[in-house]
Design a protein around this ligand. Structure first.
Ligand code: C5P
Length: 254
């Protein structure tokens, strides 16, 4: 890693300059944070699993016509992605009440929502990612009305597809967070799915038992965090027999 130029270090990932112009290498760490960095820890093997899970989900989404930044997985912890201009919004899609929605409105966790709800949060650690409306987003120039139309349409298509995909492996997709970026080619601009999709940014509950299989196990000190991430990978058919250690290949390319 030492010889490559680091572009950005986030809480769970590092971005490096890619091998060709317009590409980046996305490196997945084992570090876990919650409550805007107030809680910190390590989930052993998380980076390896999230790299695989996100690769799998981005590829499946690509097959049904969702444009994404994903190019290919490089090794155990790294994937090649297209360099995009990140839209400074976290787009949260909810199917079942949980987390901050349950707290804000006093709706018990697990209550199905009458329809899927899309929320926007402004990406800012200093401000604690405040929830924002479309009015704020367009007035402050974070995205245009057209961008928002695209974001909403893509988010709902992604939700439909992922809900079905997870249902097929006995998992309820309760809610999740997406990030999008602008991909420029010549005069054209396309909004594409960026960042990652993994148990770090989804709520995934076992369909039968309701057991949590996501980062809430870390946030709420429930234990069994590594096992939960492994189980998600196993159900998606991407975890070898012996667990993450049996994945073949180097952790990084030097
Ligand atoms: O905390 P809250 O209920 O608003 O989270 C909704 C969904 O968005 C959860 O799946 C959570 O994992 C995800 N999320 C995230 N990053 C954040 C905030 C929420 O991935 N900064």
């Amino acid at each position: 890693m030492a010889r490559r130029k680091q572009i950005y270090e986030g809480k769970a990932k590092v971005l490096f300059e890619g091998p060709e112009p317009g590409t980046l290498v996305q490196y997945f760490k084992d570090d876990a944070t919650a409550f805007n960095n107030k809680k910190k820890g390590t989930i052993t093997g998380k980076g390896v699993l999230n790299n695989r899970i996100s690769e799998y989900l981005m590829l499946r989404l690509g097959e049904v016509g969702i444009p994404t930044h994903f190019v290919r997985r490089l090794n155990m912890r790294e994937q090649l992605v297209r360099e995009v201009e990140i839209i400074p919004l976290e787009v949260v899609i909810r199917n079942v009440a949980a987390g901050s929605l349950s707290q804000r409105f006093g709706i018990p966790e697990g209550t199905p929502l009458p329809r899927s709800i899309v929320e926007y949060y402004y990406k800012s650690d200093e401000l604690n990612d405040p929830m924002v409306s479309e009015e704020h987003i367009t007035a402050f120039g974070w995205a245009t009305v057209q961008d928002l139309d695209d974001l909403m349409a893509l988010s709902l298509r992604i939700n439909d597809f992922l809900t079905g995909l997870f249902l097929g492996v006995g998992i309820r997709l309760v809610d999740f967070k997406l990030e999008f970026g602008r991909l420029y080619s010549g005069d054209d601009m396309q909004i594409v799915l960026a960042d990652e999709i993994s148990p770090d940014n989804c709520r995934l509950w076992d369909f039968k038992s309701g057991e949590k299989m996501d980062k809430d196990r870390f946030r709420r000190d429930m234990g069994g965090v590594e096992e939960a991430y492994q189980e998600v990978a196993r159900r998606l058919g991407i975890l070898p027999e012996g667990g993450p250690r049996d994945f073949k290949g180097p952790e990084t390319v030097q």
